[in-house]
Design a protein. Structure first.
Length: 73
């Protein structure tokens, strides 16, 4: 698992790493599984610059949205 975390953290810029960390924290608070998906994963594994972040949740997305809204108050 640590190899994947290194790969993720080393391919994202500081702002993207912050967004991922905040999304992870909100997902944990909401007890929701969160996955980084799509073009970001393609770019990371292909060694390209990540231009956008796509997330998939394994629950109603509104649950995560509420947790993010609570953290931003």
């Amino acid at each position: 698992m640590s190899d994947y975390m290194y790969m993720l953290e080393s391919h994202l810029n500081p702002d993207q790493n912050r967004v991922v960390a905040e999304a992870q924290a909100a997902a944990a608070q909401a007890n929701v599984n969160l996955f980084l998906t799509g073009g970001a994963m393609r770019d990371i594994f292909g060694g390209f610059q990540v231009r956008d972040l796509d997330f998939t949740v394994e629950a109603p997305a509104l649950k995560l949205v509420r947790a993010i809204a609570e953290k931003s108050r």
